[in-house]
Design a protein around this ligand. Sequence first.
Ligand code: HAM
Length: 421
Amino acid sequence: MTSTIKKIFGVRGVEDIFPPEAVLWQQVEATARRIFNLYGYGEIRTPIIEPYELFARGVGEGSAVVEKQMYTFPDRDNVMLALRPEGTAPVVRAYIESGTYATEALARYYYVGPMFRYERPQKGRQRQFHQIGVELFGTESPAADAEVITMAGHLFSALGIAGVTLEINSIGCPTCRPPFEKKLIAFLREKASTLCADCQRRLERNPLRVFDCKEASCQRTLAEAPEISAAWCEGCRDHFGRVRTALDQSKTSYTVNSRIVRGLDYYQRTAFEFTTDHLGAQNAVAAGGRYDGLVASLGGPDVPGVGFAIGLERLMLLCSQEAERVASDTLYVAMLSDSAVATMIPVISVLRKDGVRVEWDYEPKSLKSQMRRADKIGAHSVIIVGDDEVAKGEVVVRNMKTKEQHNVPLAALPRHFISVV
Ligand code: HAM
């Protein structure tokens, strides 16, 4: 029967996650929670809607995320809101608003949840995507940068993900970056004719972003551009050197890439990205850095911070082979008659209360169709019950792997499976 009523489709760039794929998400999230907990991080849950101004000021009005990618709307009181495009600014807002800085010298948070950016959807890039992120407040120590980076690496290895490359850089601080930007602008102006239209526009306002451009002609020009490392102040040079030493001490391998600049305006000093060759154009699985001025710029005290976020969809693409199918935990009950249903409903209830995952079809059906279903969901065993079994007070239990069958007395049933599972 086909309906003539028009279907409603989901929003472009926004995906549904069904079982059993959602099980993989749960497993990945559980692993992240376990690892972050080892480093002293606790979960923070912030709202999905925030004042527009939080991101305009926090992430930066000139950033592509705020300028072109945010979902913004006035609410019924005409307050301008935004769906969060990232998690750092909201966590900073919550940290300031709660006054946590006054009671905790160090604060460590992690978060898991959806973020929203109006981008052109493609593999590994959605308009609603999910991040797992961490934020550490209260220390400028290079050991903190290194530990945050190492923790991300720890999570990748715990998830069995190989082939992820870590690249690090220091993008300087308010002392050394402005003079460097001046020098870079002068260089880019001279070469403007070789730059794409986007970069020509970007070069005055946000010259560092030009490094992110993928156009071949821009990349050729940039090969000769001045490097930030030559402009670092003494403090930044020393900090970066000590981040590298701490990474070496914790046996975290990395390469220095002076082209890493990051697209969000709040970064200072350490910036890093984890990339992979397995994701095509959207090759950044995780990224982060230090944001020492952000808490103060959002009205809080001068507290430094460092963190990162992992793109969960991209992470899932990398670990989907590891998916364990939840269905292998399932016991399927095939019922061939009404009396079988009546007999088994209380037994199923006891099994579930004792932690056995049970599925059935809610009404008697042919054995063939029920076996097909049990096979499809990957059940480990099937209980088969018809009128004969009810009359004899027993059931047939079939092991789906070995294909062996044997009879089990009804009275022994919940015990039988509870001890098996
Ligand atoms: P970000 O580089 O904008 O940083 O995003 C972090 C990660 O989120 C990216 O590396 C990518 O894996 C994923 N991601 C970003 N946009 C999309 C998208 N449209 N679709 C799918 N995945 C995406 C931040 O958001 C910072 N808040 C990270 C941070 C935390 N820095 C310090 N603390």
